[in-house]
Design a protein around this ligand. Structure first.
Ligand code: UDX
Length: 442
């Protein structure tokens, strides 16, 4: 078993640390934020991820948390798990990665620095040169990107589809591969640049599928087809597969929006205009806003209309609000003059723009509402089309941004209903309400 140092006690770092401890390795997690380390020492995890608190607790004897970089000096592997947020221009901000390199303690033997953070292609080469400049030629370097999705991260780590390992020296790659010995998964060995690109390309492809099915959904709406059936029929083709074909309100989260911009910028910086990716990003931006068109088609002007936003997190099963479509939607609704009431079972509604009223229950959100919009596919919302909800709404209209409800059942329950890419019933589109008279000039 090996001794593994982890730089960064954030989500990636702790999932990685907890899972390496589960595999039997000794793990030292190092962060620069005292509050994070103190919380971990007390046994508190500052974010929600299924299975992580349990693993940290079960393997407490193999896990230590520290602010002191000297505590990782005897580790055979040093995993970099720090944030690489987008800069204003969309490039990945690598300042935290470079801080780790600058802070490396004196290291003996041949420790291997392993990059888990998502970085632009070419970063490993720059870091290799940086290590050499600092007299750290004896430190190996390996790219080993993470493919963890929120809510299933422990499963994704322990049962991955593949493990990507890119190394400058085969021995360093072999050493990292041995860390995962007990995991049954194909290992893709490559050069460092290619491993970095595998991560960016995999994410870009997943986003492409989402924007693709969202555009098919939009064409379905214009032509009367049902995208849910279309996705089923398309996904059964073994060359295509069923995943990431759920049409909806657009992707969000901590990875896709940031990584797509970073890859687009990386291509542009290298003199290539990545047209397809640019379209994927644009389709996603427009997709978040299509709800507004649906609402106005039913309600006319949204000025003074009450709209309930149901679900705020970027997907179900997480409290993460980063790049959540709910934020764009709330801003657009406020800009249209709507009164917005928002509910989510776990996400912090305080991240929404000022002017949105965040309420504790679905019932509070829909009371008196002219429309209810399903933004996140929470299970709690499956029963939304109930007589109680219908009775309490000012106007029984449901816009389902996730195709969570059954259209026929919802209509039978007395609601006007619009999903994404699903046929609209002629009875659904209510007569336009008269516009408010323009204010008279004094
Ligand atoms: C993603 C990748 O899955 C993971 O491999 C990578 O390391 C980080 O980014 P995550 O952001 O946790 O993980 O969420 P994921 O479940 O992939 O969903 C991303 C977004 O796409 C969500 O907003 C989700 O609602 C949306 N989505 C996903 C769709 O709109 N339709 C789909 O069919 C699938």
């Amino acid at each position: 078993m090996s001794k593994v140092g982890i730089f960064g006690a954030g989500w990636v770092g702790l999932v990685t640390g907890a899972c390496f401890a589960e595999l039997g390795h000794q793990v030292v997690v190092r962060d620069v934020v005292p509050a994070k380390i103190e919380a971990l020492r007390r046994g508190d995890v500052l974010f929600h991820e299924d299975g992580v608190p349990e693993l940290l607790d079960a393997h407490a004897g193999r896990l230590t948390y520290t602010l002191d970089v000297a505590d990782v000096a005897d580790c055979e592997f040093l995993f970099v798990c720090v944030d690489t947020p987008p800069t204003y221009s969309g490039d990945a901000d690598l300042s935290r990665v470079w801080t780790v390199i600058d802070e490396l303690p004196d290291l003996d033997g041949r420790p291997v620095l392993v990059m888990k953070s998502t970085v632009p292609v070419g970063t490993g080469e720059k870091i290799r040169a940086g290590l050499d400049q600092r007299g750290l030629e004896h430190v190996g370097y390996v790219s080993n990107p993470e493919f963890l999705a929120e809510g299933t991260a422990v499963r994704d780590f322990m049962h991955p589809d593949r493990i990507a390992i890119g190394a400058f020296h085969a021995d360093d790659g072999d050493a990292v591969a041995r860390l995962y010995e007990q995991i049954d998964a194909p290992i893709v060995r490559s050069d460092v640049n290619s491993a970095e690109m595998i991560k960016l390309a995999a994410n870009a492809f997943l986003m492409t599928r989402i924007s693709f099915i969202n555009e098919i959904a939009n064409v379905c709406e214009a032509t009367g087809a049902d995208v849910v059936k279309v996705a089923e029929g398309v996904g059964l083709d073994h060359r295509l597969g069923p995943h990431f074909l759920r049409a909806g309100i657009g992707y969000g989260g901590s990875c896709f929006p940031k990584d797509s911009l970073a890859l687009k910028q990386l291509a542009s910086n290298s003199g290539y205009h990545f047209q397809l990716l640019s379209a994927v990003i644009e389709v996603n931006e427009l997709q978040k806003r299509r709800v507004i068109g649906k609402l106005t088609r039913h309600l006319g002007s949204l000025r003074g209309k009450n709209v309930a936003l149901l679900g705020l997190a970027f997907k179900a099963g997480t409290d993460d609000m980063r790049e959540a479509p709910s934020i764009v939607l709330a801003s657009r609704l406020l800009a249209e003059g709507a009164e917005v009431r928002a509910w989510d079972p776990v996400a912090d509604g305080g991240k929404l723009p000022k002017g949105v009223e965040v309420v504790p229950t679905v019932a509070d959100a829909v009371r008196g509402a002219d429309a209810a919009v399903i933004v996140t596919e929470w299970e709690e919302l499956r029963g939304l089309a109930s007589p109680e909800v219908r009775a309490t709404m000012a106007n029984p209209l449901i816009i389902d941004g996730r195709n969570l409800l059954d259209p026929d059942e919802t209509r039978r329950a007395g609601f006007a209903y619009e999903g994404v890419g699903r046929p609209v019933s002629p009875t659904d589109v209510l007569p336009q309400l008269p516009e408010a008279a323009p204010a008279q000039e004094a």
